[in-house]
Design a protein around this ligand. Structure first.
Ligand SMILES: Cc1cc2nc3c(=O)[nH]c(=O)nc-3n(C[C@H](O)[C@H](O)[C@H](O)COP(=O)(O)OP(=O)(O)OC[C@H]3O[C@@H](n4cnc5c(N)ncnc54)[C@H](O)[C@@H]3O)c2cc1C
Length: 398
């Protein structure tokens, strides 16, 4: 590692902590606008949630505050080959959310009416016949659903890697197996210590996923973020039977069949996570409930083998929307974390917002709902204790 004129420190314009989708996308968008970027990743890029998720590129069913960002991100997903110069594996399959009862359909109709009033028309109510045409293998008891034709899916590790390659081509320096340990503001620069040396820059981006709370706490800005695990399982290859990604209004489900025939089954299946050991813990009892949902809806899948199950570590906020925000406590610091099980779709726009906050001081997207200080002091105080304990534990193992 070559020092750049500041003693033993390696310098840049911006240091990004975390090589998940949001860190990698931030590095790309910043480098694209001419910033000199150093990205520090504790393990390897896309090692955690960003590389092991279900790959759902879903604007359907978003929290209303997220809808503008999700739609802007989807626009980028559709243009990624041109933007990155590389295929990011996006498949525009559409996403369908089914209603199994009239009450569920009523709820979906109210949502679509709300969205229309807000000026969004991408979610469309479909009747039972249309559901059957979109997914003929489903049991016939569906009463309707919501259809978003331009949603889809992508291969997570390959999508993040496409952003990483594009950032590197633009000059961003990626340092893997280089965990940030301490961050401090010294004069007009951030100083980040790692086992591989000290890095410094005027700007710092905290995109450390489920570990981001440690850095927020270090700068005196504790957050009410909690790490947790999420699980997925994948079947053996079976003949093609469905194109869209499928969700359900009344029960947890996210379901897709890849071109190679395997079927990925998830849907916000929560499990434990050990942030010190840095892994999620698969809960096979919960997975069996999910398998039951799938065979209720697709009886022909009874007896199909599950090849693999795994768990990833995700950062959850109490209101299940992320923090994407300039720090309210420290200068030249941007937080982007807490994506609460649906941050993959937001990856392309998340990095663009971070680049705008760093380079323009504001974003063109409506990000007020994602402010870092939106929770009360009491929650923040609880969180500071939790984060301080975690920081102590994780520094012990590093
Ligand atoms: C099983 C599962 C299924 C999911 N399915 C979907 C889906 O279908 N659609 C969707 O939109 N979202 C989905 N998500 C959510 C999505 O994956 C996450 O919201 C998103 O990837 C978060 O990205 P991130 O960059 O914030 O965090 P991460 O991917 O966790 O990246 C953070 C990075 O920071 C690094 N880091 C930690 N500490 C340090 C340190 N001290 N120094 C340097 N680096 C550090 C970590 O090693 C990690 O690589 C799913 C998540 C999981 C786990």
């Amino acid at each position: 590692m070559k020092p750049e004129g500041r003693g033993q420190e390696t310098g840049a314009d911006v240091i990004v902590m975390g090589g998940g989708f949001h860190g990698t996308s931030s590095a790309f968008h910043l480098a694209r606008r001419g910033a000199k970027v150093i990205l520090l990743e504790a393990e390897y890029c896309a090692r955690h949630a960003s590389g092991v998720n279900a790959g759902g590129v879903r604007t359907l069913g978003r929290h209303y505050a997220e809808v503008p960002l999700a739609r802007a991100s989807l626009d980028l997903w559709h243009r990624l080959p041109e933007l990155l110069g590389e295929d990011a594996t996006f498949v525009c399959s559409g996403q369908l959310q089914i209603a199994e009862t009239p009450a569920e359909l009523e709820k979906l109709k109210r949502r679509v009416a709300d969205l229309t009033a807000l000026g969004f028309t991408h979610e469309v109510i479909v009747d039972a016949k249309a559901v059957h045409e979109l997914a003929p293998a489903l049991t016939p008891h569906q009463v309707g659903g919501i259809w978003v034709k331009d949603d889809g899916h992508a291969v997570p590790y390959r999508a993040v890697t496409a952003f990483r390659h594009a950032a590197q081509r633009l000059g961003a320096a990626f340092h893997e197996t280089t965990p940030a340990q301490t961050v401090e503001r010294v004069g007009d620069r951030w100083r980040v210590t790692t086992p591989r040396g000290v890095f410094s820059a005027p700007w710092l981006v905290n995109a450390a996923g489920a570990w981001a709370g440690d850095f927020a706490a270090q700068v005196g800005e504790p957050v009410a973020m909690k790490p947790g695990g999420l699980m997925l399982m994948i079947t053996q290859r079976i003949p093609h039977f469905i194109d869209p990604v499928l969700g359900a209004a009344g029960r947890p489900l996210s379901f897709k069949q890849f071109a190679n025939g395997t079927v990925l089954i998830g849907g916000g299946l929560r499990c434990g996570a050990d942030v010190v050991a840095r892994h999620g813990e698969v809960d096979f009892m919960k997975l069996s409930t999910s398998a039951q949902t799938v065979t209720d809806l697709f009886p022909h899948l009874k007896g199909v083998g599950i090849n693999r199950a795994w768990a990833g570590v995700e950062a959850f906020m109490p209101d299940e929307i992320p923090v994407i925000s300039l720090s309210k406590k420290a200068p030249n610091l941007v937080h982007a974390f807490g994506f609460s099980a649906h941050g993959f779709e937001l990856g392309p726009i998340g990095g663009q917002i971070v680049s705008e906050l760093v380079l323009d001081g504001r974003s063109t997207q409506p990000i007020a709902p994602f402010a870092v200080d939106r929770f009360g002091l009491a929650t923040a105080q609880e969180s500071v204790l939790l984060n301080a304990k975690r920081a102590k534990d994780s520094h012990t193992v590093q």
